[in-house]
Write a protein that binds this ligand. Structure first.
Ligand code: RB5
Length: 149
């Protein structure tokens, strides 16, 4: 796995339903020499995804980490939470093409995975695509500039 976007640590967060996949992704990152910060959760014990998503989102906004990967069971709850932050563009991706477009068209700064709906090999390909696809800018810059409320 390579990484073209940024030289900061990658951030990760999940709830219990995303915990196992988060560990697998951290293994991929470690194997490829990519540093990361894990904002939790740290077990499969039932928990509430906002408790981990908000600190991770704030760290993206402050510039401490970039990009981030967030995982819950469906991806929806954690994506909803992340996208409450003005500086966050979190994209729920369950295939490689969605990940490519989330970067190319939306300049997504958080990749959200549905932990109960993607197999580990596919998740790794989604992560690699997200990391290696540059933002196209142009008309897409104009559109994302209009997202904040
Ligand atoms: C946890 O059971 C589940 O509700 C959560 O991981 C997520 O899917 C919510 O959107």
């Amino acid at each position: 796995m390579s990484i073209l976007i940024g030289d900061k640590p990658v951030g990760l967060c999940s709830d219990h339903a995303g915990y196992e996949l988060k560990l697998l992704i951290e293994g991929y990152l470690e194997a490829n020499g990519i540093t990361f910060i894990d904002f939790g959760t740290h077990s499969t014990e039932s928990c509430d995804y906002p408790d981990f998503a908000h600190p991770c989102a704030s760290a993206v906004e402050s510039g401490e980490i970039y990009p981030a990967i967030a995982i819950c069971g469906t991806g929806n709850g954690i994506a909803m939470t992340l996208n409450k932050h003005q500086g966050i563009r979190a994209a729920l991706c369950w295939d490689v093409e969605l990940a490519r477009l989330a970067r190319a068209h939306n300049d997504a700064n958080v990749l959200v995975l549905p932990g109960r709906f993607v197999e580990p090999d596919l998740a790794a390909r989604i992560v690699e695509t997200f990391f290696n696809t540059p933002f196209e800018g142009g008309r897409h810059q104009r559109r994302i500039d209009k997202i904040p409320v």
